[in-house]
Write a protein that binds this ligand. Structure first.
Ligand SMILES: *[C@@H]1O[C@H](CO)[C@@H](O)[C@H](O)[C@H]1NC(C)=O
Ligand SMILES: *[C@@H]1O[C@H](CO)[C@@H](O)[C@H](O)[C@H]1NC(C)=O
Ligand SMILES: *[C@@H]1O[C@H](CO)[C@@H](O)[C@H](O)[C@H]1NC(C)=O
Length: 138
């Protein structure tokens, strides 16, 4: 009985590591899974007004994160920060700015750690974003 239990726990751990990617749809998440999909809250239905969501991505020693922004459909303004946007930072906080955008165009980034900010203003929405990430050994 005990052996069966250990076997099951072991298999579950292997499954989590290698089998599947995680789909994160919530706000303010830390992603410590080897690969996954992140979509804005409500995606593909419209996101809400006045939200501020952050996402932290970490990879273990010896790996880097390959982050691919696949789809971006936001309410966009001439001055990006006046409407809705996504920001990418290198590291675990908002010190090392990398990019800010509000409209489509596939983009890829790589780093050991990312900090992302998704921000929407008081009114006007769209379907939001979809990103894929995975750990690559370096
Ligand atoms: C969006 O707003 C609605 C209405 O206020 C709320 O019920 C819902 O939980 C919000 N969804 C998200 C993902 O914040
Ligand atoms: C996410 O975190 C921010 C603070 O960093 C907070 O203002 C916001 O309400 C949180 N969003 C949700 C949906 O919990
Ligand atoms: C993040 O910083 C590391 C270390 O300085 C660098 O190698 C990497 O290219 C940076 N990635 C991005 C997306 O700026």
């Amino acid at each position: 009985m005990q052996v069966e239990l250990y076997k099951m726990v072991f298999l579950l751990a292997v499954f989590a590591l290698y089998c599947c990617s995680l789909h994160v749809k919530a706000c303010n998440e830390t992603l410590t899974y080897p690969s996954g999909v992140i979509t804005s809250p409500n995606y593909p239905a419209f996101y809400n007004d006045s939200i501020y969501c952050t996402y932290e991505l970490y990879s273990p020693f010896g790996y880097i994160i390959n982050l691919r922004v696949e789809e971006v459909e936001f309410e966009c303004c001439a001055v990006i920060s006046d409407c809705d946007y996504l920001e990418i930072y290198n590291g675990s906080e908002t010190t090392q700015y990398v990019d800010r955008f509000c409209s489509n165009g596939v983009r890829t980034y790589s780093s050991q750690q990312f900090f992302l900010v998704f921000r929407t203003d008081l009114q006007g929405g769209d379907i939001g974003f979809k990103m894929l990430y995975s750990w690559l050994s370096r």
